[in-house]
Design a protein around this ligand. Structure first.
Ligand code: KG4
Ligand code: ZN
Length: 340
């Protein structure tokens, strides 16, 4: 059985073809980074319009690379939550149109659950039950995942997501968007103990939550002081940028690794799966590896190409199909402003 999966939750237009045996026949990702770069963040209206232009060529290309036509597709899956409303609608409309035209079943994918499922696809192993941690531009969340269709929210950020903090701090430091890769590169030459940035909730074992907004403000105060600032006028030297980047990155990593380990302890689960764009961070990966080894836990981190947004992880739809979980054509786009 061939499943066409679509992903348009934020600023990547992606399509993939996977089989019900989780073989990946093709994967196409059209990034919009160059459209949002000059704004140093995703502009929702630009993202939605770019999805409209790209979705059909991306689907065509995914089918072509899989050596298939639409007639060979047995079901269509689409990420319908969470994400930017306008962006979600484009993928959802395309998926529904294909289902109507070809009389195919429609499967709804939760984008966050899919980020965790990237670990299942890449490893080829049964990763469940696990603690799932999603660290991306829009989310930093922990789940107890009893099985591929059974996710329970344990906690997450109460303000900014980890990736969002990377992007905003990069902007303050005059580094390019997306900020994660730029900060991690600058941090390599810096001293991670140069600045004592806050690690919210880290010493509170009762909470599995994060807060990165105060950390972002602490960076701002460290480089510019309080009050209105034109960051482009700061003219920071290379050593300061490197030290701030390294100290900031270390604070984020301490929080993420600390709460991931606490979640394992609290749930009694011994497997940790990590996905999302920030999971591409080399230092975070190293830290999770050493912490998991010390805790005697199994660790799966999505490979780099499956950390950032892609449609392959939408293969979680195979599990939903197997469980008979298909949708009617009135399926809605749910931006998911309430975290759960
Ligand atoms: O999962 P993703 O592609 O999109 C969302 O669903 O949000 O994540 C994008 C985020 C951006 O904020 C980006 O700065 C961050 O992932 N990111 C990184 C790294 N690569 C990407 N953050 C830290 N270190 C990296 N190497
Ligand atoms: Zn994502």
């Amino acid at each position: 059985m061939n499943l066409l999966t679509l992903e348009t939750t934020c600023d990547e237009t992606a399509a993939a073809v996977v089989t019900d045996r989780l073989e990946v026949l093709s994967s196409v990702v059209a990034s919009q980074d160059e459209l949002h770069q000059r704004f140093r963040g995703v502009v929702p209206e630009i993202a939605a319009r770019a999805h409209v232009e790209r979705i059909l060529p991306v689907i065509d290309e995914a089918l072509r690379r899989a050596n298939l036509t639409l007639d060979d597709v047995d079901a269509v899956a689409v990420a319908n939550t969470p994400g930017l409303a306008g962006s979600l609608l484009v993928g959802l409309s395309a998926a529904k149109a294909l289902c109507v035209a070809k009389d195919l079943p429609l499967v709804a994918v939760n984008h966050l659950h899919a980020h965790i499922y990237a670990c299942r696809i890449a490893s080829g192993e049964n990763v469940f039950p696990c603690v799932g941690m999603i660290v991306s531009g829009g989310h930093s969340s922990l789940y107890r995942c009893a099985g591929p269709t059974d996710f329970h929210y344990l906690g997450g950020t109460i303000d900014d997501a980890a990736g969002e903090a990377f992007d905003k701090v990069a902007s303050m430091l005059g580094l390019p968007y997306p900020g994660g890769p730029a900060i991690s590169k600058a941090a390599e030459k810096g001293d991670s103990t140069a600045y004592a940035f806050p690690r919210s909730f880290l010493n509170d074992p009762s909470r599995l939550d994060f807060s990165f907004s105060g950390l972002k403000t602490a960076v701002r105060y460290a480089i510019a002081g309080p009050g209105k600032q034109d960051f482009s006028a700061l003219d920071l030297d290379e050593a300061t940028v490197a030290n701030v980047a390294a100290s900031f990155q270390q604070a984020v990593i301490d929080c993420l690794a600390g709460k991931a380990m606490l979640a394992l302890k609290k749930t009694g689960i011994s497997t940790l799966c990590v996905g999302g764009g920030v999971a591409a961070n080399r230092r975070l990966r190293q830290r999770l590896e050493s912490d998991a080894a010390a805790a005697g836990a199994r660790l799966f981190i999505a490979p780099l190409h499956l950390c950032t947004d892609n449609a392959v992880m939408g293969a979680i739809a195979v599990e939903k199909l197997n469980a008979g979980l298909t949708e009617s054509l009135d399926l809605d786009a749910l931006p998911g402003l309430v975290r759960q």
